[in-house]
Design a protein around this ligand. Structure first.
Ligand SMILES: Cc1ncc(COP(=O)(O)O)c(C=O)c1O
Length: 434
């Protein structure tokens, strides 16, 4: 029997968690199917029944050797994947544009981090793909590295088709939809691939999946998923994963319709003249800028047309489209873009940022102190600073605060980009290594 059917037919009085007791008087959203590991509902930490069936179905559908679902997002999967490959005192090779969960996993496992620098788009000012050459060079320098970790697709929709002779982990948090239509990039093959179902497919926030294609890591990934994941996995989220899987099995016509909506959208936007689209690899990821506008100005303009964007950066905005979008939604977006007052082009491009110099590993920082940003130049950063979303660090603990970094942070703040720091002291202050 399937999870959703069982949840619908569950008529037992709950003298068990959760505390809302499915009592409608408390108006707790989704409480009617929010249960716990009661008899007959299996246990995600040791699945033998319907959750085991669900995971097997997912591996078949996504073409993986083994898949484990996560109710704690890709974040939990990334922590588990890196912990599974980590060795004592080892070096790990990661792309500099990785999500903060990758950095956190390296910190927890006390790994020495070697960066790979992705290619850079100087027109939009964003990272692109990772080249095979950069991976080969990093491995030649660190042949005993425990793994390579890259992000593909990137937040902006660039993919990297790479391989290597040491374990490869691909953070494909934004690529869960890839396997389901020919017009999408092929999902990468790697020892471990992580996908957030909730980002690009019909599933609730926090639902994700980790695919393990190298048997060597089956047990360890499972062990670490059990360590990092809540001991009370949400059945509401798991029910949404099952619904998502059921949808994907018969999704061909939906993706066909979606492609028609995308083609129509791109045809019309291309005719506007003042809107420039990023030529990325995943056409569902709409990244655009408009002559004379900052990303924040664009986002504010769209808000007037009742549209909220995924992210606004110096000059561009990111709009996530998915197979669940409607024709009305695309029409609203087209209307908003075609009503954008034309301005003169003022920008001339971006310089590729230098990779920050590293003084020490994050785990080597024991104490930090507050410092005025202006006075922090040449000091060692003691916290993560990142644009959120997506949460890949602009600077990480252990890296040296350069003049360019201070300038960049000020510029990002002035432009209204959402910048977060662990300490919340920016834009005035920053934590440095004591
Ligand atoms: C590239 C990337 N990896 C991992 C994550 C974490 O995913 P989740 O929110 O599913 O934990 C994110 C979140 O934005 C992301 O952008």
């Amino acid at each position: 029997m399937k999870l959703n059917d069982k949840l619908q037919n569950n008529d037992l009085y709950p003298f068990h968690m959760p505390g809302h007791k499915r009592n409608k008087n408390f108006n707790i959203p989704a409480s009617e199917i929010d249960i716990t590991e009661i008899d007959g509902f299996d246990n995600l930490h040791s699945p033998t029944d319907l959750l085991d069936d669900m995971q097997k179905e997912i591996s078949k559908l996504f073409g993986a050797k083994k898949s484990i679902i996560s109710v704690n997002g890709s974040t939990c999967c990334i922590l588990a994947a890196i912990s599974a490959v980590a060795k004592e005192n080892a070096t790990i090779i990661i792309a500099r544009n990785c999500h903060k969960s990758v950095y956190n996993a390296c910190y927890i496992n006390k790994l020495k981090v070697e960066y790979i620098e992705p290619e850079y788009n100087t027109e939009f000012g964003c990272y692109k793909n990772i080249t095979q050459k950069s991976i080969d060079t990093a491995i030649a320098k660190h042949p005993n590295a425990c793994a390579v970790v890259i992000t593909s697709p990137t937040y902006e929709g660039y993919i990297s088709n790479v391989s290597c002779n040491i374990p490869l982990i691909i953070d494909s948090a934004h690529g869960a939809h890839f396997s389901f239509a020919d017009f999408l990039p092929k999902q990468a093959k790697a020892d471990i691939v992580i996908e957030s179902l909730h980002k690009t497919l019909p599933a609730l926030t926090q639902s994700a999946v980790i695919h393990i294609n190298n048997e060597k890591f089956f047990e360890k990934v499972k062990k670490y998923m059990n360590i990092y994941e809540t001991s009370s996995p949400s059945y509401v989220i798991m029910a949404s994963i099952e619904k998502c899987t059921d949808f994907l099995k018969n999704s061909e016509s939906y993706f066909k319709q979606y492609k028609i909506l995308l083609d129509n959208f791109y045809n019309k936007v291309n005719k506007l003249g003042n809107i420039h689209l990023l030529k990325n690899d995943d056409i569902t990821r709409i990244v655009l800028k408009a002559d004379g506008y900052s990303g924040e100005e664009l986002a504010n303009h769209l808000r007037k047309f009742k549209i909220e964007v995924e992210g606004a950066f110096l000059e561009y905005i990111i709009l996530i489209s998915t197979v669940c979008d409607t024709e009305d939604g695309f029409n609203m977006l087209l209307l908003a873009l075609s009503n954008l007052e034309k301005r003169d082009k003022i920008h001339t491009g971006y310089e590729k940022p230098d990779l920050p110099m590293k003084d020490c590993e994050t785990y080597e920082i024991e104490e930090t102190k507050e410092e005025y940003l202006e006075k922090a130049k040449n000091k060692v950063c003691g916290e993560y600073i990142y644009a959120y979303p997506p949460g890949s660090p602009i600077i990480a603990p252990g890296e040296i605060i350069s003049d360019k970094f201070v300038y960049q942070i000020k510029k990002l703040y002035e432009s209204g980009v959402n910048i977060l720091s662990d300490s919340n002291l920016l834009p005035l202050k920053i934590l440095t290594k004591k």
